[in-house]
Design a protein around this ligand. Structure first.
Ligand SMILES: Nc1ncnc2c1ncn2[C@@H]1O[C@H](COP(=O)(O)OP(=O)(O)OP(=O)(O)O)[C@@H](O)[C@H]1O
Length: 243
């Protein structure tokens, strides 16, 4: 198995490519899961949102898991803002808890026993080293910014799907990630809430100065939220040019 070349090598050359790589995500990923092989090259600039489409089983979650550090790659290299996160040939592997990466899943995985404030404060403590009062105060600021400030004392079980997803986004973004991974963040929501959270994300994402990857089955999400769309098929990138 050999990793593919970065998708944008042809269009971004020399110094410009080096500058983009230093700021954003530059990845060549080859990883095997049982019979399945993901083999892709990908470059995403700071401030750019890329939608990842593809059928069930195409490798979308595998891609995000590799980037998040939940799945070590077999070949290739993942570099983010100039820092190498995974390079098996060089025996480099930064574990997920030490990667400056924010992840939001469709079922948003908040800690059920913690109030919304503590869910956000947890990341601030773990990732930014903030302590008690300061972490809680900053958590409140992020919750307010995401329109759920009045729900800070609630536990996830007392939040609606849309409210929970906003708390999960606040938790991910509060840590100032250098890469944001959204794995079907709207899929579990009803149609109305889905539209609301999508509109909310549309307002938030352009202000991020990190690369963003959003996995979705919904072309509307890609259309509304992303600057660019890529598609996976059987672990490979599909050329969308001309489609
Ligand atoms: N733990 C595992 N062991 C072996 N194979 C796996 C494992 N997890 C996933 N796979 C296989 O890897 C392939 C890609 O799975 P992946 O979850 O990345 O697809 P996906 O595009 O995210 O699909 P979906 O849209 O259904 O979430 C599938 O063929 C799947 O069966």
């Amino acid at each position: 198995m050999s990793p593919g070349q970065p998708e944008s090598t042809d269009v971004v050359g020399g110094t410009a490519a080096a500058a983009a790589a230093a700021q954003g995500l530059d990845a060549r990923i080859a990883v095997r899961r049982g019979e399945f092989v993901l083999d892709v090259g990908l470059r995403v600039e700071r401030g750019e949102t890329v939608a990842v489409l593809g059928r069930s089983g195409a490798g979308k979650s595998t891609l995000l898991r590799a980037l998040a550090g939940l799945l070590p790659i077999d070949e290739g290299r993942i570099s983010l803002a100039g820092e190498v996160l995974d390079d098996p040939a060089e025996r480099v592997f930064v574990p997920c808890e030490r990667r400056p990466v924010g992840v939001v899943f469709q079922d948003y995985l908040l800690f059920p026993h913690l109030r919304a404030r503590e869910n956000v404060a947890f990341g601030l403590r773990a990732r930014l080293g903030l302590r008690g009062k300061a972490a809680r105060a900053q958590a409140d600021t992020w919750l307010a910014r995401f329109g759920v400030g009045e729900l800070a004392d609630r536990r996830p079980g007392a939040l609606s799907g849309g409210q929970g997803q906003r708390v999960a986004l606040a938790r991910a973004l509060a840590t100032q990630p250098r890469l944001l991974l959204l794995d079907e963040p709207l899929a579990a929501l009803d149609t109305t809430t889905r539209g609301e959270v999508r509109a909310f994300l549309r307002g938030v994402l352009p202000d991020l100065s990190a690369p963003v990857l959003i996995v979705t089955h919904d072309p509307v999400d890609a259309e509304v939220l992303a600057d660019r769309t890529i598609a996976l098929n059987a672990g490979r990138l599909v050329d969308l040019a001309g489609t």
